[in-house]
Design a protein around this ligand. Structure first.
Ligand code: ADP
Ligand code: MG
Length: 619
């Protein structure tokens, strides 16, 4: 057999490399911004069109490139940033692999304009899919402008895989935040579809955070500072009372590079323990300076992960520093600092037991009243008696003959915590419903059907009920909105503001009526029926963050995402006690749904156990 191994042609190798470097437009933004910073720029402009699918352009005033360098910069492994392997251990630049431009040029239409300070004329270079189309000498301003058009034009599968423009813009904005927050000494501008979104002047760290997240954020920040031999820590934590349900404002920078680190996150979360609710996340902007030789940033192609030499020490120092700031700035009345002096082992709190969720039950709940509302753990379960399922009722056998009435059954103590509501003493109601249910482990509602029994996941069932209700409201465009007597003012960050703007119409269709009052406040005049006034802030927060994260990849539309989020946020949760009447209402509502068998997130809502199944167990 002859030789069969061949070297891949460059353009193929570049396309393969591009798959790793460029996942989406935001990856291009990151690489280009980083190159601009490495070039010593003091002013950088980012221009985006159609979520980066049509155009991504970065214009800087850095050192620029000579004509030869301009051409070389698109070769693979071409970099000015390292020369020998040892340089890898002393990096102070963002890039070093020399792959980004080669990869980007392999999968897009690229135009580079660049001129070093001392040259008269600059270079204009066009490359499409690794092929040089033209190289000209021309009048260009000092620095570099790189525009990337038609990303993935030659890889349709990747192009089709891209999300909506809004979602891609969201990812781009995240990258922009990360770079801008790490470099307050550089001015940044960001234009999207011709509109200026950010104009950040040269400033200090605190001002930069405030310029990015809005002036309200200033009052939320508590400074953090510590200087040890291992690490220098500076930056800010967000006061515990402003902790959010979403993981939005969490930024670690190591040597001015944004990184993700579940381990360091844990250190901060640990310091906040007891100060914020268990389902809230601390906010922080923490800048760590370490000896470049003590870290390895090379372990991930997109370089957001870092390996530290001495993780344990770093963990302990970080935690005690954050704790110290929380105490020092009177954020909390008293804190025990003694414990931290000996830098105890990380993850110590793992051994602690889990908190039992607190549940408040409104025993006076009457599901058969038109307007009855039940507050369970802060949630509102509202019964809509108009939705009644004849189909479901026909599944029942004549329970009134087999078991005298539901009441007797429900008093059998299957679960010590089972609560029988006084409502159920109302014999006529219970007989009429002919439904027997009980709650298992505060998680499942069990009920009988002709062929046996079904076990229903209470939370998923309620999600399904709410989801269909919201979708129905949306489709008939007749959202039930409660008018607020006094408009509610909520402060939001500029980026939240822009999301709210994007989804305003959809929010309207589900019952949120609001106006953008000022740059950082919105005025709410109506809320969906199922949302209480005190929940509005929390619900909107969740809606924004889910929308940002696009909770379910396969959502078809904004409204679908919103309906999913609302159903998730407002549903009864595992761990909540449901009285018998609520259980019955839930069962009836569930089986009045179009798709009772799956939750909005495609999880099974119930399982059926037939008499046959049970019989088999007794053989
Ligand atoms: P890396 O950043 O890893 O070196 P890139 O492919 O991103 O690799 O860039 C290759 C080279 O092109 C860089 O090393 C740098 O010399 C040059 N370069 C890229 N962008 C710029 C820019 N905006 N200004 C000046 N030089 C640049
Ligand atoms: Mg680079």
């Amino acid at each position: 057999m002859g030789d069969i191994i061949k070297l891949l042609p460059d353009h193929v190798a570049n396309q393969i490399a591009a798959g790793e470097v460029v996942q989406r437009p935001a990856s291009v933004v990151k690489e280009l911004l980083e190159n601009a910073i490495d070039a010593g720029s003091t002013s950088v402009m980012l221009i985006i069109k159609d979520g980066g699918k049509a155009l991504i352009q970065v214009v800087d005033n850095g050192i620029g490139m000579s004509a030869t360098d301009a051409r070389l910069s698109f070769e693979r492994h071409a970099t000015s940033k390292i020369q020998k392997a040892e340089d890898l251990f002393n990096l102070d630049t963002k890039g070093f692999r020399g792959e980004a431009l080669a990869s980007i040029a392999a999968i897009a239409h690229v135009e580079l304009q660049t001129k070093p300070e001392n040259s008269e004329l600059g270079t204009i270079l066009k490359i499409e899919g690794s092929k040089v189309i033209s190289q000209e000498v021309g009048t260009v301003s000092k620095g570099t402008s790189l525009s990337v058009k038609n990303l993935f034009f030659n890889i349709p599968a990747r192009r089709n895989f891209l999300k909506s423009n809004q979602v891609e813009l969201r990812h781009i904005t995240d990258e922009f935040h990360r770079v801008a927050l790490a470099h307050p000494a550089i001015a940044f501008q960001f234009h999207n579809n011709g509109n200026e979104i950010f104009n950040l002047p040269i400033s200090n760290y605190r001002q930069r955070i405030v310029n990015v997240f809005g002036h309200k954020s200033n009052a939320k920040l508590v400074p953090v500072g510590e200087d040890t031999q291992v690490v220098k820590i500076s930056g800010f934590i967000v006061k515990p009372e402003f902790a959010r349900k979403s993981r939005g404002e969490q930024f670690f920078f190591v040597n001015n590079r944004f990184i993700k680190s579940p381990y360091l996150y844990h250190a901060v979360a640990n310091a906040f323990e007891g100060l914020i609710k268990s389902d809230a996340h601390p906010g922080y902007f923490l800048y760590l300076d370490v000896d470049p030789a003590s870290i390895d940033i090379n372990i991930h192609p997109t370089k957001t992960e870092v390996k530290f030499d001495d993780e344990h020490t770093l963990y302990a120092i970080l935690r005690s520093t954050v704790k110290h700031s929380l105490g020092q700035f009177n954020v909390v009345p008293s804190l025990d600092f003694e414990k931290d002096q000996n830098l105890e082992t990380p993850y110590a709190y793992k051994n602690k037991g889990a908190d039992i969720p607190k549940v408040s039950v409104d025993a006076a709940f009457n599901p058969f009243q038109e307007t009855a509302q039940k507050h369970v753990g802060g949630k509102t379960y509202q019964k809509d008696r108009n939705v009644n399922s004849k189909a479901w009722e026909s599944l029942y056998v004549g329970l009134d003959t087999e078991i005298d009435n539901g009441n007797e059954f429900s008093t059998i103590a299957f679960e010590s915590e089972a609560i029988t509501s006084s409502i159920f003493d109302d014999q006529t109601e219970s007989v009429e419903t002919k439904t027997t249910t009980f709650q298992l482990r505060r998680k499942y509602v069990v009920t009988t059907i002709k062929s046996g029994m079904i076990v229903i996941d209470q939370s998923r069932a309620h999600q399904r009920v709410l989801y269909e209700k919201f979708l129905k409201n949306i489709t008939i465009k007749e959202a039930v909105s409660q008018q607020l007597l006094f408009p509610l003012k909520l402060s939001v960050t500029p980026s939240d503001q822009s999301i709210l703007h994007e989804i305003k119409e959809s929010l309207h269709t589900i019952g949120f009526v609001f106006d953008i009052a000022t740059e950082e406040t919105i005025e709410i005049t109506g809320v969906p029926l199922l949302v209480s006034e005190s929940e509005v802030g929390m619900v909107l927060d969740q809606l924004i963050s889910d929308y940002q994260m696009e909770i379910s990849g396969e959502s078809f539309s904004q409204t679908d995402i919103l309906a999913k989020t609302l159903s998730k946020t407002l549903s009864v949760k595992t761990g909540e006690v449901l009285d018998t009447a609520s259980q019955i209402a839930l069962v009836n509502d569930l089986f009045a749904c179009k798709e009772p068998q799956v939750s909005p997130f495609n999880k099974s809502v119930y399982v059926t156990i037939t008499e046959n199944d049970i019989d088999k167990k007794f053989i």
